[in-house]
Design a protein around this ligand. Structure first.
Ligand code: DCP
Ligand code: MG
Ligand code: MN
Length: 351
């Protein structure tokens, strides 16, 4: 079973992490709401275990770790005592194994993977054959996802991410020397200490004190990167490339002998840079816990800023009745200060 995030760093409780990851993959492959909830539960527990510096020796130690509930602690105990989980021996894992192959295709989600499995597809070749006979309609993005399947599912050494980023940064600064361009994601987050990156995440913005913005820069930059053959494929191009706030996803490579790598650009208005830095550094578990903490304190946090006085529809928590007022967005430090001192635990270098 492939770990979708490819988390390769080894920790002192690695055997437990591995078994829990196997159970998580079972839920990940199946399309019910209940399975989706369980994926979150395991994802959180695994992240907490990876951060825990000491070897766990009994159930009590497990249950005392933030992010690990009593049912997960039971499972951890079972792994410690028996070396595995009864559940894993009982399961017929064929659907899990096959759908996890399909989920590795960029642009394929759980519903599609499941549908293809139910149609009888067992390999990528089966999918391509059915696409030829028009039984399956592949999107352009899914076609790219299959063509570069191995490259996209591989992780790159940090040094390669840095090399590609440095070239991009030089090109970007030629377009506008005042541009703020930084590499984010797993590369930036020091405490995560990963030796490799799943993709390259780049944040773009620009100070506005001279009355100018980064409007239009992303369009020019992408054109140059295509010309330089650094970007090789577009996966998602924003509707309006000239907006100040934009997300672009694509593939890139260092040179024609290198593998293709995933690359994301996030452009944000200068005033949102703190919230954007915070969000885009992650990881996703950390972000979720920060958002939860904000909600508990009566705030609302997203990649644009920290808001007070947001009123949500009690019947649909995703709907906002009132937008609230922005209380912090320009500096990461300010958001951390209001929400409490979490940066030490996360080990960031604040910008
Ligand atoms: N992010 C998030 N929630 C998501 C996806 C992303 O909060 N569902 C945020 C946190 C991530 C950042 O965006 O750190 C970048 O997303 P990536 O998917 O690129 O993840 P990482 O860079 O953290 O890991 P990887 O090395 O696998 O790219
Ligand atoms: Mg990343
Ligand atoms: Mn990314």
């Amino acid at each position: 079973i492939v770990d979708q995030k490819g988390g390769s760093s080894v920790c002192v409780n690695q055997d437990i992490v591995d078994k829990l990851s196997e159970v998580m993959a079972i839920h990940q492959a199946r399309p019910t709401k209940d399975d989706m909830v369980r994926v979150q539960v395991y994802h959180r527990a695994i992240a907490a275990l990876k951060r825990h510096p000491k070897r766990i020796t009994n159930r009590d130690e497990a249950v005392n770790i933030m992010g690990i509930g009593s049912k997960t602690a039971d499972k951890i105990e079972e792994i410690m005592v028996t070396g595995t989980l009864e559940r894993l021996k009982r399961e017929n894992l064929i659907d899990v194994k096959i759908t996890s192959i399909f989920l590795g295709i960029y642009g394929v989600g759980q519903a599609t993977a499941w549908r293809w499995f139910a149609m009888g597809c067992r390999t990528l070749k089966d999918v391509l054959t059915r696409a030829e006979t028009k039984k399956i309609k592949l999107s352009e993005v899914q076609k790219i996802g299959i063509k570069y399947y191995d490259d996209i599912n591989d992780r790159m050494p940090r040094a390669e991410a840095k090399e590609i980023f440095d070239r991009i940064k030089a090109i970007a600064l030629k377009l506008d020397p005042k541009l703020f361009i930084e590499i984010m994601g797993s590369y930036r987050s020091a405490s995560r200490g990963k030796a490799d990156c799943g993709d390259i995440d780049i944040l773009i913005t620009r100070p506005t004190d001279d009355g100018r913005t980064h409007r239009g820069i992303l369009r020019k930059l992408l054109r140059n990167l295509h010309e330089e053959r650094i970007i090789t494929e577009d996966l998602s191009i924003p509707e309006d490339l000239d907006d100040l706030e934009n997300v672009y996803r694509g593939l890139c490579r260092r040179d024609e002998h290198s593998r293709h790598r995933r690359i994301d650009f996030l452009a944000v208005p200068w005033r949102s840079r703190g919230a954007a830095l915070l969000y885009y550094t992650g990881d996703d578990i950390f972000n979720r816990s920060m958002r939860l903490k904000a909600n508990k304190m009566g705030y609302s946090l997203n990649q644009r800023g920290l808001y007070a006085g947001v009123v949500r529809d009690p019947h649909d928590r995703t709907k906002k009745i009132s937008e609230g007022n922005i209380v912090a967005s320009e500096a990461e430090e300010e958001i951390f200060r209001i929400l409490g001192d979490q940066q030490k635990y996360h080990g960031r270098n604040l910008m």
